[in-house]
Design a protein around this ligand. Structure first.
Ligand SMILES: *Cc1c(COP(=O)(O)O)cnc(C)c1O
Length: 365
């Protein structure tokens, strides 16, 4: 058997270590996972009720067009129903976009470093990823613009950026969108948008009419706390959505996921409370990092990339032995770990153990 040449050397995505695995391997009873930017408060109870109500329908195929959820999201965002597409997580929407728009040899521009899923999917299509270094952990939109040429099909802007947590403000974004040729698609990945409290953050839905080449990605996995159900979406002009829809599997999102997402959307009180608690968690962690003399990028999502000034992988391993899972191993940031914001108790436990670990890890850099 001969696989497509471009997939042979693809890296396999390295997810955060699951709690069960760490408990089993290390014989720990208590494990705190701060590695995958999950919501430590779970999800809205209304979402759980919606799933229970779906239990009688498990033998029935879902509505492939997710009509009820589409209507709910359209009215929540103030966009047309034809401007939305759902995926098995926004990860799938990324894959659908690359499948629909990238041919072998096409170019696609993204930050270095950013969410790895863009490049992986571009690689699968045989497209060429032009990776533009971040500056101070932030997208360098001028340099990204300069990287756009006749072969460029898609530019990815992850806002807030994973893993650095930095944001692009509305002014910068608009200047960029004004300059990007209209035949180049700009994908704005806003997986963490509901966490952002900074006033400069773009009101992206309002930019949709002005920029026909804009695609916005959102998800129910992060603040809505429904990562297990795998549901996210893209918003764009109806024609663009129509094209992406052609490569979508007929039943790519399940009934429980659609029902839970619609119920979760209706519970904005839960979302607001999670945003507030997350902001408190961010300030607590930043204050503690200041106390410990550790640098970090200004965090706008529900995670912080912090400089531990020694091998991030080593610090990760030591934290793991003490039952705390974080995320090391970002290529451009070998001496950093990414930590998700937990509950106040989890954040305190993390800081306590980190302080201990850093005292004992002596490897000089
Ligand atoms: C978590 C995340 C996603 C998508 O997650 P799904 O669970 O597939 O919806 C997309 N982009 C970024 C930057 C993320 O961090």
């Amino acid at each position: 058997m001969k696989p497509k040449a471009n997939i042979v050397n693809l890296p396999v995505y390295q997810p955060g270590k699951p709690v069960e695995e760490v408990k089993r391997e290390l014989g720990l009873s208590e494990v705190i996972k701060l590695a995958s930017n999950e919501n430590p408060y779970g999800c809205s109870p209304k979402a759980k009720e919606a799933i229970v109500a779906e239990l009688g329908n498990l033998s029935v195929y879902p509505d492939g067009s997710a009509a009820d959820l589409t209507a709910a999201v359209a009215s929540h965002l103030g966009v047309d129903k034809k401007e939305i597409i759902f995926g098995c997580g926004s990860d799938e929407v990324i894959a659908l976009i690359t499948r629909a728009f990238l041919l072998p040899g096409d170019e696609t521009v993204m930050a270095d470093q950013t969410f790895s899923v863009y490049k992986t999917n571009a690689d699968i299509e045989g497209a060429i990823s032009i990776e533009v270094p971040l500056v101070d952990g932030k997208h360098d939109l001028d340099a990204m613009l300069a990287a756009v040429n006749d072969k460029t099909k898609i530019v990815w802007v992850c806002n807030p950026n994973n893993p650095t947590g930095t944001i692009v403000g509305e002014e910068e974004l608009v200047r960029f969108l004004d300059a990007v040729p209209s035949h180049v698609m700009v994908v704005l990945d806003e997986a963490y948008n509901e966490f952002v409290t900074d006033a400069s953050y773009p009101q992206s839905m309002k930019l949709m009419d002005r920029y026909k080449n804009l695609v916005i990605l959102r998800t129910f996995s992060k603040i809505y706390g429904l990562a297990a159900l795998r549901i996210g979406y893209g918003v764009a002009q109806a024609e663009v959505i129509g094209l992406i829809n052609r490569v979508r599997e007929p039943f790519n999102t399940g009934r429980p996921a659609q029902a839970a997402a619609a119920a979760a959307l209706r519970d904005q009180a839960f979302v607001n409370e999670c945003r507030r608690l997350n902001a408190e968690g961010i300030s607590y962690l930043q204050k503690e990092f200041d106390r410990l003399g550790l640098n970090y990028f200004p965090a706008h999502g529900n995670f912080i990339l912090v400089d531990v000034r020694t091998s991030g992988k080593e610090v990760f391993q030591h934290l793991l032995y003490k039952g705390i899972i974080v995320r090391p191993g970002f290529e451009r940031y070998p001496n950093y770990i990414r930590v998700s914001v937990g509950t106040p108790e989890q954040n305190q436990a993390f800081i306590g153990v980190l302080e201990q670990v850093l005292r004992n890890v002596k490897t000089p850099v």
